[in-house]
Design a protein around this ligand. Structure first.
Ligand code: GLU
Length: 464
């Protein structure tokens, strides 16, 4: 059996990080078992689904790098209405579904009664049974189609995350599978899709646990082999509440990209929300696939921890090859007005500064002074730029002028003799030198910084 999983987002907003974690686990599970991971857009809710949201989902999936096997053939529910109608007709023909002519008022009365009795809502008035007389068909009413849910027995499954779950069928309604206008309903479409797509493992958020027994019963009715189910617990915000824009949480996965999070760090972080492999925090997706097992997914909700996300991001920044990292930083430098980040080569700059930032925006800021001298902060000037600093820097520029082989060691060799000749400590050379050349007191080793910026430019900056 080839493992087949799917991610089935509804395009009603952005690609939520909870959704990405669901997609990640489905993806990893498929990869781990040499299976296929598919994408399906659940766009039957025509009022809430938008083409823009579809693009946001596709862009988000691309950004995180979760590749799906049906990239050329993503399943859109809105393109499958004929197929849904066909299955509905078949269920009707097989006596597994039936027409129901109840009015709104009747249904409302049933709902009130059911609330009192604690039973399923619909009293199955139109459900054909042997020996039962159905009410006369009212005139001018287009019926809905209801599914004949078994009235006795228990629907059970072994959830790969939550363990055994059993729901008595009497608690389930004969759910509507086609509305009066003929459009199929949500749970029905999901079932037909999962069946047609040959999904073997349904990995999704645990907000769908209630849908599962309904879907299992329909799957059985259409003669499908039942898939395995794994329901993933929620991701909560740092306060332990539901993640929401209104609470000021960052929700959309691509917004984390704008915050300077690397896609691989985002996935690494999300993998650890609700899943663990010993104490491992920092890993690649290749390692994750190797380690991933649904039995290690926790059934209880996990909490966002932004500090940890940034820490993991910092680790990925450090581990990334400099040339690849440059691809992420270059556009950010351009946004900061640096049109040419080739002199000095951005890769070399990153090799020097990449340990100093946990996000790409801060990292881009750390690169700025290699390309343009920054305006020193007043506090730094007050602290490090003493009365004699300007003249001292000009004298040091003379020493620098004499360096022929411009490299960190050669520059470093100038420091001790200069300080001795001037009768100063290194701080009185190093800090003003940083301000004169970089325009900031916070740089890595000053000899390395000067070496990278280049002799001509260093002298120009000091002398100006
Ligand atoms: N469309 C559903 C959602 O976005 C997922 C349904 C499923 O995975 O079965 O929550």
């Amino acid at each position: 059996m080839t493992v087949k999983t799917r991610f089935a987002p509804s395009p009603t907003g952005y690609l939520h990080i909870g959704g990405v974690r669901t997609a990640l686990f489905s993806w990893a599970f498929a990869k781990k078992h040499q299976g296929r991971f598919l994408l399906r857009i659940e766009d039957t809710d025509l009022e809430r689904s938008t083409a823009e949201s579809v693009n946001i989902i596709l862009d988000g999936m691309k950004w995180v790098g979760l590749d799906y096997a049906n990239a050329d053939d993503v399943v859109y529910q809105t393109r499958r209405f004929d197929r849904y109608r066909e299955v509905i007709a078949q269920l009707l023909a097989d006596g597994l579904a039936y027409h129901c002519y109840c009015s709104k008022e009747e249904l409302e009365a049933m709902r009130e009664q059911a609330e009192k009795d604690g039973t399923a809502t619909y009293d199955r008035r139109w459900r054909p049974e042997p020996g039962k007389t159905l009410p006369p068909v009212p005139e001018g009413v287009t019926p809905v189609v209801r599914f004949k849910t078994p009235t006795d027995g228990v629907t059970r499954w072994h959830d790969l995350v939550k363990g055994d779950i059993a729901i008595p069928n009497e608690a389930l309604d004969d759910l509507i599978i086609a509305r009066a206008d003929g459009t199929p309903t949500y749970n029905f479409c999901v079932v037909v899709d999962d069946f047609d797509m040959g999904i073997t493992h349904i990995i999704r958020g645990d907000d769908h646990v209630n849908n599962t027994p309904k879907q299992i019963n329909i799957l059985k009715a259409i003669g499908a082999e039942l898939p395995e189910y794994a329901h993933l617990p929620m991701i909560l915000n740092e306060q332990g509440k539901k993640i929401s824009k209104r609470s000021g949480d960052t929700v959309a996965v691509t917004d984390y990209g704008a915050m300077g999070i690397l896609p691989e760090a985002m996935l690494n972080y999300l993998a650890r929300l609700g899943w663990a492999h010993g104490d491992d925090e920092f890993f690649t997706m290749r390692q994750f696939i190797e380690w991933f097992d649904l039995k290690d997914v926790s059934p209880s909700p996990s909490r966002m921890d932004l500090k940890k996300l940034y820490w993991i991001n910092g680790e990925h920044i450090k581990a990334m090859p400099d040339a690849e990292l440059a691809g992420h930083v270059r556009p950010r430098l351009e946004m900061r007005g640096i049109a040419d980040s080739t002199r000095p080569p951005l890769e070399d700059v990153l090799a020097l500064v990449k340990g100093r930032a946990q996000d790409l925006n801060t990292l881009a800021d750390e690169c700025l002074y290699f390309y343009a001298k920054q305006t020193p902060a007043e506090a730094d000037t007050a602290k490090h730029w003493d009365d004699g600093a300007a003249a001292r820097m000009l004298r040091f520029a003379e020493c620098l002028e004499s360096v022929n082989d411009w490299n960190p060691a050669a520059i470093h060799d100038l420091f001790a003799p200069f300080c001795e000749a001037e009768g100063i400590k290194m701080g009185k050379l190093g800090m003003p030198l940083r301000l004169a050349v970089a325009g900031t007191a916070k740089t890595p080793s000053v000899d390395e910084v000067l070496a990278l910026i280049g002799k001509e430019e260093v002298l120009r900056r000091i002398r100006s």
